[in-house]
Design a protein around this ligand. Structure first.
Ligand SMILES: O=C(O)c1cccc(C(=O)CC[C@H]2O[C@@H](n3cnc4c(=O)[nH]cnc43)[C@H](O)[C@@H]2O)c1
Length: 246
């Protein structure tokens, strides 16, 4: 998305210790779940390193709903504070067979799945059109460690591409289309690409984690298991301090 000439911090050592983390959530209920998880970790002793000055400090901030608000809010937070990891966290829709309701998805890649053009031959991404990239890579090592930690804790989790869309999918046809467009797509949500694009612009690595509240497909809002997903998000976030310290 940017090159090193326009962004000197690109090329930052991926092995460098993470000292200050920014977590962005869309809404307050998600922020509160993240904070509860982090406080459980503190109560369990994971913060002793932080208190001793060697563990990461974590700030949790609201982004608003959708990629534009998420990018703007993240950019504002990054302008105000020095961070070396940015996380987009919240609930999301899970693709059938990849991520059931109540499970967790740690992004292997963050993809703006509708950023492109319709052509006579179908959808072309901005990458194919030559206008930048709809994909942001994640901090692969930390993503794998977070997924491993969740698995070790007995939580259902998978790693896969997480799609960012401005419109929640509401039909089987769109779900199929997206699954074809991004093989292996595990989840969709509305903020990840905005958060990650703001971080990437400053050369800061990003992660995205989604707790699955509903299936991607025909709209059945009454079936969304938001409470279950928020609980899974809380559990996932209770693991973050140990993931960052390992
Ligand atoms: O009503 C509530 O109590 C409540 C609590 C927490 C979150 C919400 C939201 O509606 C958050 C919207 C947020 O959720 C993401 N999301 C969830 N499922 C999907 C989906 O299938 N496709 C796209 N996005 C989804 C999204 O990131 C929104 O920002 C309500």
């Amino acid at each position: 998305m940017t090159d090193r000439a326009s962004n000197p911090s690109i090329g930052r050592d991926p092995q460098a210790p993470v000292k200050r983390v920014l977590i962005m959530t869309a809404v307050e209920a998600e922020r509160d779940a993240v904070l509860r998880g982090l406080s459980h970790a503190s109560a369990a002793g994971a913060s002793s390193a932080a208190e001793a000055g060697s563990g990461p400090a974590v700030d949790v901030r609201l982004a608003g709903v959708g990629p534009a608000l998420a990018a703007a809010a993240t950019a504002a937070e990054l302008a105000a504070g020095a961070y070396d990891l940015v996380v987009s966290a919240g609930i999301g829709g899970g693709f059938e067979s990849r991520a059931p309701v109540g499970s967790l998805v740690v992004a292997s890649e963050i993809i703006a799945a509708d950023l492109g053009a319709e052509t006579p031959d179908g959808f072309s991404s901005v990458d194919e059109l030559g206008f930048g990239s709809a994909r942001v890579t994640v901090h692969g090592g930390l993503a794998a460690r977070w997924a491993d930690a969740a698995r070790d804790a007995g939580l259902p989790v998978c790693q896969g591409p997480v799609l960012t869309l401005s419109t929640v999918t509401g039909s089987a046809a769109t779900a199929d289309l997206l699954a074809d467009r991004v093989p292996g797509a595990a989840a969709e949500a509305m903020e990840g690409y905005g958060v990650a694009a703001a971080a990437h612009r400053l050369g800061i690595p990003a992660l995205e984690i989604r707790a699955i509240s509903n299936r991607v497909g025909p709209r059945q809002r009454e079936l969304w298991k938001i409470g279950e997903a928020l609980q899974a998000l809380e559990q996932a976030c209770s693991l973050l301090p140990e993931v960052l310290q390992s």
